[in-house]
Design a protein around this ligand. Structure first.
Ligand code: UD1
Ligand code: MN
Length: 457
C-alpha cells in the first residue's frame, strides 16, 4: 500500500514536472510566441478578407440598386411622342461564331423604314455638345427616322442644362449614366482612368439603345464631332449594305488617312477596311448582343480591333471623311489632335448615296475586283514615287514585305504608321491607298498575302 502510494506520488510528480516544463519551455519559447502571433495574423487576415468581400458585395448591391432606379426613372421620363423603333426585323441571326447569318441579298433588303438612332456620347463639354447637336439637327432629314439620344456621363451640370435645352426645344432624348463613381484602377493604370470611364459609359449607353429603347441599329457619335451634309444619307444607304453582308460589322464615317491633300477628290468613293475606324460609326443590334456581354473595362476601340472581336470582319469607310473632330482637349490630350486629327478633311459635297447601287461593296463583288485592280497596277519603288519618276502613271503600287518596310514607306508618304493587331489604319487585305502629290499610291503586300501578322504592333 505504502509502496503503491510512493509510486503514485512519483508518477504524479513526474507528470506535474512535465507539464510545468512544457508550459515554461514550449509555450513561452520565442517560437511559440511567433506561433501565437502568427495565429492572430491569420485571424486578422481572415477578418480583413471577409470585410473586403462584404464591401464588394455591398457595392454590387448598391450598383444594381442605382441601375434599377435610373432605369425606372428613365422609363418614367420617356416622353409619350417619342420615336421607338418597331420590333427588330427578323432578318439577322447570330451564328455560333458570333457572326451574322442569313442576311438577305442586297436587292431584297428594304431598309428605308428602319429607324437609325443617333447616340451622342457626352460628358462635361457644354459648348461641344451644343456645336455637335446644332449640326446634327441642321443636317437631319427626318426626325422620326433618326431620333437623337444624348447619353451623358460625368454629371456636369452646365452640360446637362445645355442638353436639356435640346430636349425642350427639339425632340432630343437625354439619358444619364447613373454610375459616376471612381473607377477602381490599379496604380500603374491610374492615369488611364478616363478610358475606363468612357468604356463604362459606352456600355451603359448602348445597353439603353438596344435593351431599353429596343432599336435595330445605332449610329454612334461623340460630342466633339462635326458631321458632313450627307452624313445621314451616307448611313442610310450603307445600312442596306451592312444588312446584306455577313463579313461587315460596321460602317464608319472616318478615314484615318483622310488628311487634306492625301485623299482623292471624289466624295462618292467608298471602301472596305479591316481596320475599325470608329469616330462616327454604325452597327446592328446583333453586334451589340455579341459584344455587350464581354465589353471591356477600358480602351474599347482597341479591344474592338483585336481578332477575338473583329473575327476577320470589315467596315465600310469613305474616301473623304463624313466626320471631323474638334476635340482638342480630350481624354487622350491634345498631342494627337495637333499632329494629326485636325488635318482630316471633312466632306462638304452632298452625295445622294441612297440613289446609288452600292452592292459593289459586298465582299463577293468587291474582293475579286479589288485584288485584280491592285495587282494589275504597275509596281514601282518608293524612291521612284518620291522623286516624281512615275508621274506619268496616275495609279501605282508600292510593295512592302516587312513591318519596317511599311513603316518607312508610311513615314515618307505621310500615312499613319501604326498597327493594331497587325492591321494598318485603313488597310484592306493589307493594302493602304492614298493620294500622294496627286498620284494614287497603293501600298500593298506581295500578291501571295494571306493574313495579317499579329506580331506587327
Ligand atoms: C479617344 C477617341 C474616342 C474613344 C476614346 C476611348 C479619338 C479622336 N477619340 O477619345 O473615339 O472613344 O479614345 O478609347 O481617337 N467621355 C465620357 N466620360 C468621361 C470622359 C469622356 O463619357 O469620363 C466621353 C466624351 O464626352 C466623348 C468620348 O467619351 O464623347 C471621348 O472622350 P474625349 O475626351 O473626346 O477623348 P478622346 O481622347 O477623343
Ligand atoms: Mn475626342
Amino acid at each position: 500500500m505504502r509502496r503503491k502510494h510512493v509510486i503514485f506520488f512519483v508518477v504524479v510528480m513526474f507528470l506535474t514536472w512535465n507539464m510545468l516544463m512544457y508550459v515554461t519551455l514550449v509555450t513561452k519559447s520565442p517560437n511559440a510566441l511567433q506561433h501565437h502571433h502568427g495565429d492572430v495574423k491569420v485571424k486578422l487576415n481572415d477578418l480583413q478578407e471577409q470585410i473586403v468581400l462584404q464591401i464588394q458585395e455591398n457595392e454590387k448591391i448598391l450598383h444594381d440598386l442605382r441601375k434599377l432606379r435610373s432605369e425606372t426613372e428613365q422609363k418614367q421620363k420617356q416622353p409619350s411622342n417619342e420615336v421607338v423603333s418597331q420590333a427588330v426585323p427578323k432578318i439577322v441571326k447570330p451564328n455560333n461564331t458570333g457572326g451574322l447569318e442569313n442576311k438577305l441579298s442586297y436587292n431584297k433588303v428594304k431598309a428605308d423604314n428602319v429607324i437609325l438612332p443617333i447616340l451622342m456620347i457626352a460628358c462635361n463639354r457644354a459648348d461641344a455638345i451644343q456645336r455637335s447637336l446644332d449640326l446634327v439637327l441642321k443636317y437631319r432629314p427626318d426626325a422620326k427616322r433618326f431620333p437623337i439620344i444624348v447619353s451623358q456621363d460625368c454629371g456636369h451640370e452646365e452640360t446637362a442644362n445645355m442638353i436639356q435645352k435640346y430636349v425642350t426645344e427639339h425632340d432630343v432624348i437625354h439619358i444619364k449614366q447613373p454610375d459616376l463613381g471612381k473607377v477602381n484602377v490599379p496604380w500603374p493604370q491610374r492615369k488611364f482612368e478616363g478610358y475606363y470611364k468612357i468604356s463604362r459609359h459606352y456600355k451603359f449607353a448602348l445597353n439603353q439603345v438596344f435593351h431599353t429603347y429596343n432599336h435595330s441599329a445605332v449610329i454612334i457619335v461623340e460630342d466633339d464631332l462635326d458631321i458632313s451634309p450627307d452624313f445621314f444619307e451616307y448611313f442610310a444607304a450603307t445600312f442596306r449594305v451592312l444588312m446584306s453582308d455577313n463579313s461587315l460589322w460596321c460602317v464608319s464615317a472616318w478615314n484615318d488617312n483622310g488628311k487634306r491633300g492625301m485623299v482623292k477628290n471624289d466624295p462618292e468613293l467608298l471602301h472596305r477596311t479591316d481596320f475599325f475606324p470608329g469616330l462616327g460609326w454604325m452597327m446592328e443590334r446583333n453586334m451589340w448582343l455579341e459584344l455587350g456581354p464581354k465589353w471591356p473595362d477600358a480602351f474599347w476601340d482597341d479591344w474592338m480591333r483585336h481578332p477575338d472581336q473583329r473575327k476577320d470582319r470589315s467596315c465600310i469607310r469613305p474616301e473623304i471623311s463624313r466626320t471631323s473632330t474638334f476635340g482638342k482637349k480630350g481624354v487622350s490630350k491634345g498631342l494627337f489632335f495637333e499632329k494629326h486629327l485636325k488635318f482630316i478633311q471633312l466632306n462638304e459635297k452632298y452625295v445622294a448615296f441612297t440613289q446609288k447601287d452600292l452592292s459593289y461593296l459586298i465582299k463577293e463583288n468587291y474582293d475579286p475586283a479589288f485584288h485584280k485592280f491592285i495587282y494589275d497596277l504597275p509596281e514601282v519603288s518608293l524612291k521612284e514615287v518620291a522623286t516624281d519618276n512615275t508621274k506619268h502613271l496616275s495609279e501605282v503600287r508600292v510593295t512592302y514585305r516587312t513591318k519596317p518596310d511599311f513603316k518607312a514607306i508610311a513615314k515618307h508618304l505621310g500615312i499613319m504608321d501604326d498597327f493594331k493587331a497587325g492591321v494598318e489604319r485603313t488597310a484592306y487585305r493589307g493594302v493602304v491607298s492614298i493620294t500622294f502629290k496627286d498620284q494614287r499610291v497603293h501600298v500593298a503586300p506581295p500578291v501571295e498575302w494571306k493574313k495579317y501578322d499579329l506580331t506587327w504592333t
